[in-house]
Design a protein. Structure first.
Length: 56
């Protein structure tokens, strides 16, 4: 499994991320992965749909 390191996260952004992770009983790492998966899934579907439309 790969490792992703993010530097220079603004304190306020990190605090909000930690609060949301705590609210869902997740580690900040697990919550960040969930956010990335959800966002990338949404973007991938949108791009896939655009490609299908341009082929028609």
């Amino acid at each position: 499994m790969a490792t992703l390191e993010i530097e220079n996260i603004p304190d306020e952004l990190y605090r909000r991320l930690q609060e949301l992770a705590d609210a869902q009983h997740l580690s900040i790492n697990a919550f960040a992965i969930a956010i990335l998966e959800a966002e990338l899934s949404t973007k991938t579907k949108a791009i896939s749909g655009q490609r299908k439309q341009s082929v028609k």
